[in-house]
Ligand binder design. Sequence first.
Ligand code: NAD
Length: 480
Amino acid sequence: MKKIANYINGKLVEPISKNYIDNYNPATGDVYSLIPNSNDEDVNEAIKSARAAFSSWSKLKNSERSNWLEKISNEIHNRIDELALAESIDNGKPLKLAKSVDIPRARDNFKFYATAIQHYASESHHTSEGMINFTLRKPVGVAACISPWNLPLYLFSWKIAPALAAGNTVVAKPSEITPMTAYLLSEICQEIGLPAGVLNIVHGLGSSTGNSIISSDKIDLVSFTGGTSTGAHIASIVAPKFKKMSLELGGKNPNIIFDDCDFDAAIRTSLNSSFANQGQICLCGSRILVQRGIYEKFKNEFVSRTDQMIVGDPMDEKSRLGAIVSKSHYEKILSYIELAKEEGGSILTGGVPVKLDGDLSMGWYIRPTIIEGLDQRCRTNQEEIFGPVVTIQPFDTEEEVIELANSNDYGLAATIWTSNLSKAHRCSEQIKSGIIWVNCWLQRDLRTPFGGMKNSGVGREGGWEALRFFTEPKNVCIKY
Ligand code: NAD
C-alpha cells in the first residue's frame, strides 16, 4: 500500500515514529494509502529546517522567488491529469471538477503570486513640512499554513504561494482526510530542486500534528482555513503570543432570489451553488430565500432539476455529485437531515443516502436534498452542514430578506439575484458578509479580498491582502 512521506528539509521522509494512519477512498470506502502520523519530533524538524532556510530565501530577489513559483506552477500544469485523478480519488469529488477547477486553480495560485510579488509596492507618505515616510515590508519568518479537505490543493496552494512569494519559509499541513495532492506537490518541489527547507509539508492529525505546529514558539505566523471551532481553538493558542493570524472559517450563506431576476440563470447557478463538490464548499448558498411572487415556480423548477442530478462514480463524466469525503462527515450530514425533520422541515427531494453497485457499494453518497418549512432561527438554518443540503423559504420585501440573510452568526458569502441595479447595491451594502455575488456565484478574481465577517473568520486572503499579511510593515520617517 502506498505510503505518503513528509517533505522536510528538501527530502521525502518517513515519520520518525514510523506510525501511519489510514487514508480512505470515499468512492469505495476502502483504505488505499497510509499517511504519516507525525509527532512533535517531525514538526520540530520541519520548523528547524524552515528557520534555517529563511535567511537565504528571504534575501533572494523578488524575481528569483518568482521564478521558483513559476516552475512549481508549470509542473502542476504538466501533471494536471495525474493531480486531478489523485484529488478525485482522495476527496470523492467528480474527476471533471478536479480537472476543471481544483488543479487549474492550484496552478494559477502559484502563477498569480509569481507575478504579484514583482508588482508589489509599499506605501510612502510625503508631508509638506519636509518629511517623508515610507513603509518597508519584510517577510515575517516561518509561516504555519494549515488547510482543510474540501478543496485540497486549491486551498493549500492559496496560502503557500503568497507566503513563499513574500519571502517567508513555510511549514504546511494539509488535511489528514485529503493529503495526496499535497504529497504530490512535495514531489514536484523536489523534482524542480526547490532549495531545501523553503517549503516543508508535515502530514498528520489536526489534534496532534496541527496542534504541535501552531503551538510552537518557533513559528512566526499562522494562516488557517477550516472549521470555526478549530479556528477558535487556534486563536486561543496563537493570539496570546501576539503572532499574526489569518482565520478563514465556516459559512452558512444566503442565496437571495428576487422576483425580477433572470430566472433561468438563477436556477442554473443555484444548482451549482447548492450542490457543487457535494455542497462541500464554504461558499455554497445553503439558505435559499425566494421572493413570494416566483416562489412556487422557482421551487418546482429547482426541485425537478435537482431530481435529474446524477449522484455517482466520481470517475464518470455524467456524475454531477460524487462521494461525501468521509464516513464521519457522511453520518454528520445524514444526522442534520434527521434534525431538519424533527424541526418540522419537509424534504422536497433527496434526504437519503445512495447505494451504488459493485466496488462503489460501500462508498458514501447522499442525494442532493432540499428542505422547506423551516424558520431561520432553527439549528438547520443556523449551523453549517457542509453537504448537499439546502433549505428554501419565501420572503416578501427587501427589508425582510436583508434581516433574514443577517440572522446568522456566519458572514462569509451571499448571492443576490435581481435585475434592479439599485436594489443590488442596497443589499450588497447591508448584508454582513465578506463576499457578495450579484447575478453570479464563485466568480473569482484573485486580486480581490477573500474572507468572512463574524464567525466566518478574521483577516483576508487574496491579492495584496495576502502579501500584506505575509509581510511585516515598518515605517521609516525621514526629515529633510
Ligand atoms: P477542520 O477545522 O476540522 O480542519 C482544518 C485543518 O485544521 C485540517 O488540516 C486539520 O487537520 C487541522 N486541525 C484540526 N485541529 C487542529 C488543531 N487543534 N490545531 C491545528 N490544526 C488543526 O476543518 P475541515 O473539516 O477540514 O474543513 C471544513 C471546514 O472548513 C468548514 O467549516 C468550511 O466552511 C471551512 N472552510 C472555510 C473556507 C474559507 O475560506 N472560509 C474554505 C474552505 C473550507
